[in-house]
Design a protein around this ligand. Structure first.
Ligand SMILES: [Zn+2]
Length: 375
């Protein structure tokens, strides 16, 4: 993974390079990044940069022996630990049993979520774990000489899964063997021991910018620009989430919104029911995305009705829809109630309510709000 393949995160890249160029890079680094914004991708790019035999000022070369091995995740001096489950009943969870799976899953999608990873190894409802035994093996392994004479790097993806066992690594973090880096990649700092936090240098990744997500979707997935912007708008800074949305989005969200409002405005129960049936057949993610999208469209509509000359970051077709809705001159409280209803709908869908009931309930609610009636 090269830095140029990490979506956005310019400030964090520069921060890392500054430390490196000033020879002040600490040996224990904790990357803090919430799900989908690229902690693992960034950690892999950092590792490849550190291992590269001919790096440029701001990235690995991508072509040397070390880079070729890193790009397949088979460099003998780069070790990985991540949450796993016991491979068979009675055995202990250990990353070494799942290296082939990890390579495949991460090379396929370096933005993979921990949940998707655990599903990838068929954990079903079992909790992932990084065990005390694995911590001891990490410590032993890093005492050995490197295979290729350069640095040794240990990546730990999701140190939250260490729990208290993390204390076994303290000595290693405090006094790492020569030429050794420990890179921890976390999402929830509140679930990491303070003893670890206080001994590592943190690199914090921020949510990915809207433009960066849209540009990556256009250039890497060949999505058309309108679709890429639509997805970027509801991905909330998570490129991982944007990838999931892109994979699922057979449905055009604006068309769905038009059909919905058409049923609501014409007060035709049959149209609303058709819409509910159609939406109920899509997945929960898609339903949640739809409500978030509708919320964004309502927010733009509110701005159109209140800000003269408002320039919305929307496609031409979306602008027409929002402007038509704005022309109906709703009061601010109508907008507030719409926003609340859509927020609640997304919230309940996420918590597994009966989808069809929720879709119908929200439709009726929106209809009442737009007609100025109380429920
Ligand atoms: Zn290289």
């Amino acid at each position: 993974m090269l830095f140029k393949d990490v979506v956005g995160q310019q400030a964090a890249k520069q921060g890392f390079l500054n430390f490196h160029n000033a020879h002040r890079l600490p040996h224990a680094i904790l990357i803090s990044a919430r799900d989908g914004i690229g902690g693992l991708a960034f950690g892999l790019a950092m590792t490849q940069f550190l291992m590269c035999e001919a790096p440029s000022a701001d990235d690995a070369c991508g072509a040397c022996n070390a880079c070729v091995k890193m790009q397949k995740l088979v460099h003998p001096d780069v070790h990985f630990s991540f949450p796993t489950i016991p491979p068979k009943p009675g055995s202990k969870a250990a990353s070494k049993h799942y290296m082939a799976d990890f390579r495949n899953a991460v090379l396929e999608n370096p933005y993979i979520s921990t949940f998707d990873w655990l599903q990838y190894i068929h954990a079903e409802n079992k909790q992932g774990n990084i065990t005390a035994e694995e911590c001891r093996e990490i410590a032993d392994q890093l005492q050995l000489k490197s295979f290729e004479g350069g640095h040794k790097i240990q990546l730990i993806w999701r140190p939250e899964y260490l729990g208290k066992e993390g204390n076994i690594l303290l000595k290693l973090i405090e006094e790492p063997p020569a030429d050794t880096y420990l890179i921890l990649i976390a999402e929830e700092l509140e679930n990491i021991l303070n003893t670890i936090l206080s001994r590592t240098q943190q690199i914090n990744l921020l949510p990915v910018g809207y433009q960066d997500i849209a540009a990556a979707l256009t250039s890497r997935l060949q999505l058309d620009s309108a679709k890429a912007h639509q997805i970027a708008q509801i991905a909330e800074g998570s490129y991982g989430h944007a990838l999931r949305l892109a994979a699922e989005s057979g449905n055009d969200l604006l068309s769905l919104m038009k059909e919905w409002f058409n049923g609501i405005f014409t007060n035709k129960g049959v149209l609303i029911n058709e819409w509910v049936e159609k939406m109920a057949k899509t997945g929960r993610e898609q339903q949640k995305s739809f409500f978030m999208y509708a919320q964004q469209m309502i927010a733009h509509t509110l701005r159109y009705s209140n800000i003269t000359g408002y320039q919305a970051p929307l496609t031409e077709e979306e602008k027409v829809f929002a402007q038509k809705l704005a022309a109906r001159d709703y009061s601010l409280s109508v907008f507030q109630h719409l926003d609340e209803a859509l927020t609640r709908a997304a919230y309940h869908i996420e918590r597994n309510v009966h989808a069809k009931t929720q879709l119908l309930y929200t439709s009726i609610q929106i209809q009442y709000i737009l007609q100025g009636k109380s429920l």
